[in-house]
Design a protein around this ligand. Structure first.
Ligand code: NAD
Ligand code: TYD
Length: 348
């Protein structure tokens, strides 16, 4: 397999790239990433010199570049993660979400269709998506299955829903061999500190206020990022063409309970008086259109493909906290902006 992984310098993408480079020495992995603010090549330091790995800096929306990458590397599989991914940013500046997530995906689909036109045999276009396309659930009622109707509420989720529809349209219209997965909230190492868990950990470290939107009653279903990367591996190899798989951890938490848990665990690890960090919790104005609850029914991938999460929230959160505590330089580089110099230093 010659696999084009898009967005491989980001949070989830870097775990997917590392997994494929290490597990499959006979595959060639091409990581194409525009290195937006969310792209960080320091995430991939440990595998960047592997012979089966190539990095290409570029935009998924770049017509000529994408076609030349397909041809030059004889791409047989696409694992498409590149996206604008933060809901709050999509509320501030929606248009870049439409450009990257919808038009960028359309450009990749079209390049796959054109380059693979002689035969779709042995090819696969795998689109990584989110459970947020299904909308919001009531607090204690319901769960998202693969048949839940789409009802996206934020510019981010609407752009991801659009891209999912386009991917399915290429399957039904042109027979492009596609597969899609919709996953719940991820957490783990290399998570950019604009998202809830790394933001709270970073702020606890620096004794800064911990912003909790509204009353902190919103519920998310959390999955350890390496469990997601393993699910992506399983779906790429064993998923059925044309199908959708939901991925989740059966692990629902109210935001405020997560923030309190992180406070207590960090106090213990940093040998601060227990309760000190909870004093930093600050309730702030709620997010506009804040989805109340997400929860995933992952029965299909469990029953049909035999994937189950390996980490519990307890083990995953401990690994995550330990990673952030032992990689404070990563955090410093991200917050100072120094991480953006890595490409110039190492690749030019
Ligand atoms: P991320 O923001 O950490 O990383 C996105 C990556 O895409 C970055 O490296 C960025 O440089 C790159 N990128 C952005 N625009 C690009 C463009 N135009 N061309 C090429 N590269 C570009 O995101 P993430 O959290 O790792 O999410 C990855 C994918 O998984 C996204 O498609 C997201 O919708 C999906 N997803 C994320 C979660 C989650 O909890 N983080 C859950 C379910 C699904
Ligand atoms: P986030 O990590 O942005 O992921 P998503 O919006 O895709 O679920 O947010 C997770 C939850 O945490 C969400 O309900 C919003 C909330 N939140 C806060 O309360 N404070 C914050 O500073 C952030 C970033 C998020």
């Amino acid at each position: 397999m010659n696999i084009l992984i898009t967005g491989g310098a980001g949070f989830i993408g870097s775990h997917v790239v590392r997994r494929f480079v290490k597990e499959y020495p006979t595959y060639h992995i091409v990581n194409l990433d525009a290195l937006t603010y969310a792209g960080n090549l320091e995430n991939l330091k440990d595998i960047e010199n592997q012979p089966n790995y190539t990095f290409v800096k570029g935009d998924i929306g770049d017509h000529d570049l994408i076609r030349s990458v397909f041809k030059e590397h004889d791409i047989t599989h696409v694992v498409h993660l590149a996206a604008e991914s933060h809901v709050d940013r999509s509320i501030q500046d929606p248009l870049i979400f439409l450009k990257t997530n919808i038009l960028g995906t359309a450009n990749l689909l079209q390049a796959a269709r054109e380059t693979w036109k002689d035969t779709f045999e042995g090819k696969r276009f795998y689109h990584i998506s989110t459970d947020e396309v299904y909308g919001a659930l009531e607090l204690d009622k319901g769960i998202f299955t693969e048949d839940t109707p789409y009802d996206p509420r934020s510019p981010y989720s609407a752009s991801k829903a659009s891209s999912d529809h386009l991917v399915r349209a290429y399957y039904h219209t042109y027979g492009l061999p596609i597969v899609i997965s919709n996953c719940s909230n991820n957490y783990g190492p290399n998570h950019f500190p604009e998202k809830l868990i790394p933001l709270i950990l970073n702020n606890i470290l620096h004794k800064r206020p911990l912003p909790v939107y509204g009353k902190g009653e919103n519920v998310r279903d959390w999955l350890y990022v390496e469990d997601h990367a393993r699910a992506i591996d399983v779906i790429l190899h064993k998923g059925k063409i044309g199908e959708t798989y939901n991925i989740g951890g059966h692990n629902e938490w109210k935001n405020i309970d997560i923030v309190r848990l992180l406070c207590d665990k960090m106090d213990a690890k940093l040998e601060r008086p227990i309760g000190e960090s909870r004093e930093l919790i600050t309730f702030v104005t709620d997010r506009a259109g804040h989805d109340l609850r997400y929860a995933i029914d992952a029965t299909k991938i469990e029953d049909e493909l035999g994937w189950v999460p390996q980490e519990t929230f307890e083990t995953g959160i401990d690994k995550t906290i330990d990673w952030y505590l032992s990689n404070q330089q990563w955090l410093e580089h991200v917050t100072s902006g120094a991480y953006q110099e890595y490409y110039e230093r190492m690749y030019k």
